[in-house]
Structure formats: structure tokens, C-alpha cells
Design a protein around this ligand. Structure first.
Ligand code: NAD
Length: 473
């Protein structure tokens, strides 16, 4: 990319791929020693991570700026604050999460008691992505530590400044015998994937998700796959238009400039209402990012030239390029594309087939709002689906008929801030979930334990199975 004027770092792999087995053995030794299982060890590591975030906030924000030009406040809210709250919640709730949960017993076991005991899975691998490279690396690691595992983190090579900062900071703050960072790209990740892990937690795209799952299958390793998809937002005509426009923009451009797994991918509204919605989006976009958004400091840039070209190709497809109703400017030297709205692109265009993961927003129109359900259901199940409406019947229909990882009504993205809600996909948007106690569960085995005394020994249970015994039942 000759015109590129942004200096981009490259990730320097920190380990020799031939030593992957050695690394896993070292971690297994630590896990077998039992140290990661104690409540005190888990608390001390979580406290260190919390301290690290407080003390190194400036460095973290700088790394995010290098990798994505992430605006400072956006970086603080969506990466630092979110990771901190995750850590705080684990510190507050850990004792409760670790406690065995009593369950009712059956007639056959009378008298007895039973409980579910959460035990760590062992040595786990977390593979992360580049769009929220701090949050999406540390958040699963927090869950893995809370659950008492030894953990290896492989951040994304596409956010190299954050990747190397994570290596440096975790090296300083946490117990390296049980928590390690491995930097690298495909070669390093492939070497890690050949090893036997007790759990693999992967955040990324469905293509690599399949590679991860195939590698895990060889060792019968369980996986959580946090993938992506095309997240729709359906907009009714009875909405508060100003609030709706703000919240759509917050869940698209103010969210890493559209490079977000639960960001709004496309909108569906009625033919009648489309122009009003476009006018409102246009006026709020100008209010947020100015008359020339290419100059705005409040928009992240596109992460690299590969992603930039991928987005430009979506925009320049023949059947799409004349559908732009707002924006469309691009500057390769700054890796920037302006917030762009398109109206009624063909459903078979690339932009409506692929996950967009960038600042382009197609608006699709339907005759009746109910038709939007069919349009969504014709596609693979998304990670998130949004509805803006004041109509209780439509809301209920949407929740009942749309299968998605999660749903937010009259907002975007904020469902992920509710720690009581599981965060994860369904179908092609992934499997398994995390956040809050779900993170602890994602890295725990739920062991079933039954306690009996020597009383209550019913003879009907034992051979010989005489007809008399059968009659007693
Ligand atoms: P990606 O799948 O290309 O990369 C993710 C990770 O896999 C990286 O660490 C990378 O080094 C590794 N990797 C890449 N190719 C590999 C290969 N051939 N073998 C082994 N490892 C390999 O994804 P990405 O481009 O980093 O992220 C974009 C995707 O992630 C989007 O689909 C987005 O929706 C999804 N995503 C999901 C979530 C979520 O929480 N569900 C969050 C952010 C992003």
C-alpha cells in the first residue's frame, strides 16, 4: 500500500513455535500443583489485573490509539471501564460463584444430599481479536482466572501495540507460571492449536472459528466461539426519531467506526419512513462528527489497508455504488472512510451478504414492518438484533421470532454492559457465552456430587429381581 502514511507496528512473535508443547507442559505443571485453584490465588491475580488497569490507563489508551486511532473517551468507556467492571465484579462475587450449589435429590437416593461443585477445567487457551483488543483479550482471561485455570492468551497480531503492551503488563503484574501471553499470527496460533488444551476460548470470524473447532475436536477440547455476523436494526415509524438516530449512530460509528461484532450492520424500515430516518441520521451525524467527518478526531480509523480495501470493494461493487445517499468519501493514506449510508442495495450484493465490520450502513426498505422478520431470518443467525419501536405487539413478535445471540429493544450495543445477561452467539454467530458469572461458568466444569450415608438401603434395588420385589415398586 504505497500511499499509506500511517506507521503501523508489526507484532514480534514472542515464542518459538517448536516450544509450544513445552509451554503447555509448564502450565500443566503449575495447574497440577493446585496453586491456581485456591481462592486466595485467584483473588490476588484479579486484584493485580485491577491495579494494572488503574496504573497503566494512559499506556493502554496510547496503544489503542496506535492500533486504531481510538478516541480517548471511547477507549476509556468501551475497553478500560468494561474490563475494570468485569474484574471488580469477579472480585466481589468470586466467593459466591465458587460455592457449591445445593440441588434437590431423588426418591431413589433417599436419604441424601447433592450439590454442583465448580472445578477449573485446567490449562486453557484464549485467542483474541483486534477490534477491542484490550477488552476482548482480558475479559475472558479474567473469567479463566476466576474459575481457577492456568491460561495462555494469544492476542491479535492486527493490533500489535496492544498485543505487546499486554505481554509487557501481564508479565509485570501477574503470576507468569500460570498466566502467559504468546504473541504472533497464524503460524504461532496454529502451533498452539496443535496442543491439547482443556478449553479454547476464541473470539474472531467464522472462518477461523471452524479451524479452531476442528483443531479442538482432535483432543475433544470444549470450545467457546465468540464470532460475528450481520446485526440488523429494525426501525418502526412510531419511534422518537432523535433518540433512535443517536443510538443507531452510537452502535455503529461511535463504536470503533463500525468495526464491532455487535455494531449495527444494516437497517430495515418501511419505504414510507426511510427518508425521515435518513434525514435524522444525517443531521445527528453532522452534529457528532462535523460537516467533514474525514477530519473528525472522534472516529476510529480502519485497522489496516487489507480491511480498508475490503470495505472499498463492498462500496464499489457495480450494483451498489449508485445507492450511496450519504458519505462515501475515503482516504487510503489515513485509512479512513466517512460514515456512509446506502439505500436499498440489492439483497444479493456483497455488502448484504458479508458482515460489513466498518462504517458503511445499508438501509433496506420493506412494505410492512413485519416483513423485516423474514428478511432477517433468511440470513444466518446474528450475534445481536435491534428493534426500535413503541408497539408492544411488534416488540413481542421480534423477541419471539428472531433468533440472535442477544436482542436490545430501543437501543444498540448496551446489552453487553448487563453482567447478568450472557454474551455469545447462536448458529453461525458462535457457541457458548460469557460475562459476569457466565464467564466463570465458561471456564468451569460443573461436577455433580451426591452424598449418601449407609442408611436407606432399599432391597428392591439389588438382584435377584424377584416378582415380589417388582410388586413392591
Ligand atoms: P480472525 O478470525 O481473522 O482472527 C482472530 C484470531 O485468530 C487472531 O488472533 C488471529 O491471529 C487468529 N487467526 C487468524 N487466522 C488464523 C488461522 N488460519 N489459524 C489459526 N489462527 C488464526 O478475526 P478478526 O479479523 O480478528 O476479527 C473479526 C471477526 O471477529 C468478525 O467476524 C467479528 O464479528 C468477530 N468478533 C466477534 C466478537 C465477539 O465477541 N463475538 C468480538 C469481536 C470480533
Amino acid at each position: 500500500c504505497a500511499t499509506l502514511s500511517i506507521t503501523m507496528e508489526e507484532v514480534k512473535p514472542t515464542f518459538d513455535v517448536d516450544k509450544a508443547a513445552v509451554l503447555v507442559n509448564e502450565m500443566r505443571k503449575t495447574f497440577s500443583s493446585g496453586k491456581t485453584k485456591s481462592y486466595e490465588w485467584r483473588m490476588s491475580q484479579l486484584e493485580s489485573i485491577s491495579k494494572m488497569i488503574d496504573e497503566k490507563e494512559k499506556e493502554i489508551i496510547e496503544a489503542l490509539h496506535k492500533d486504531l486511532s481510538k478516541p480517548e473517551l471511547e477507549a476509556f468507556l468501551s475497553e478500560i471501564l468494561m474490563t475494570k467492571s468485569s474484574c471488580k465484579l469477579a472480585l466481589k462475587e468470586l466467593k459466591h460463584w465458587m460455592m457449591p450449589k445445593k440441588v434437590e435429590t431423588s426418591m431413589a437416593t433417599y436419604p441424601s444430599s447433592a450439590e454442583i461443585v465448580s472445578e477449573p477445567l485446567g490449562v486453557v487457551l484464549v485467542i483474541s481479536t483486534w477490534n477491542f483488543p484490550f477488552l476482548l483479550s482480558l475479559d475472558p482471561v479474567i473469567g479463566a482466572i476466576a474459575a481457577g485455570n492456568a491460561v495462555v492468551l494469544k492476542p491479535s497480531e492486527i493490533a500489535p501495540a496492544t498485543s505487546s503492551l499486554l505481554t509487557k503488563l501481564l508479565g509485570e503484574y501477574v503470576d507468569e507460571s500460570a498466566i502467559r501471553v504468546v504473541e504472533g499470527a497464524v503460524r504461532e496460533t496454529s502451533a498452539l492449536l496443535e496442543q491439547k488444551w482443556d478449553k479454547i476460548f476464541f473470539t474472531g470470524g467464522a472462518r477461523v472459528g471452524r479451524i479452531v473447532m476442528a483443531a479442538a475436536a482432535k483432543h475433544l477440547t470444549p470450545v467457546t466461539l465468540e464470532l460475528g455476523g450481520k446485526c440488523p436494526a429494525v426501525v418502526d415509524s412510531n419511534v422518537n426519531l432523535q433518540v433512535t438516530a443517536k443510538r443507531i449512530i452510537a452502535g455503529k460509528w461511535a463504536c470503533n467506526n463500525g468495526q464491532a461484532c455487535i455494531g449495527v450492520d444494516y437497517i430495515i424500515t418501511t419505504k414510507e419512513f426511510a427518508q425521515k430516518l435518513i434525514d435524522s441520521l444525517r443531521s445527528v451525524l453532522e452534529e457528532f462528527f462535523g460537516k467533514d467527518p474525514m477530519e473528525s478526531k472522534d472516529l476510529s480509523r480502519i485497522v489496516n489497508s487489507f480491511q480498508f480495501m475490503r470495505l472499498v470493494n463492498l462500496l464499489d461493487e457495480d450494483k451498489v455504488s449508485d445507492k450511496i445517499v450519504f458519505g462515501g468519501q475515503r482516504d487510503e493514506s489515513q485509512l479512513q472512510i466517512a460514515p456512509t449510508i446506502l439505500l436499498d442495495v440489492p439483497e444479493d450484493s456483497l455488502i448484504m451478504q458479508e458482515e460489513i465490520f466498518g462504517p458503511l450502513l445499508p438501509i433496506m426498505t420493506v412494505e410492512k414492518l413485519e416483513d423485516s422478520l423474514d428478511m432477517i431470518n433468511r440470513k444466518p443467525k446474528p450475534l445481536a438484533a435491534y428493534l426500535f419501536s413503541d408497539d408492544e405487539q411488534i416488540k413481542s413478535k421480534f423477541v419471539q421470532n428472531i433468533s440472535a445471540g442477544g436482542i436490545a429493544i430501543n437501543d444498540t450495543v448496551l446489552q453487553l454492559t448487563v453482567s447478568g445477561l450472557p454474551f455469545g452467539g447462536v448458529g453461525e454467530s458462535g457457541m457458548g457465552s460469557y460475562h459476569g458469572e457466565f464467564s466463570f461458568d465458561a471456564f468451569s466444569h460443573k461436577k455433580a456430587v451426591l452424598y449418601r450415608s449407609f442408611a436407606g438401603d432399599a432391597p428392591t434395588r439389588y438382584p435377584p429381581y424377584t416378582p415380589g420385589k417388582q410388586k413392591q415398586m
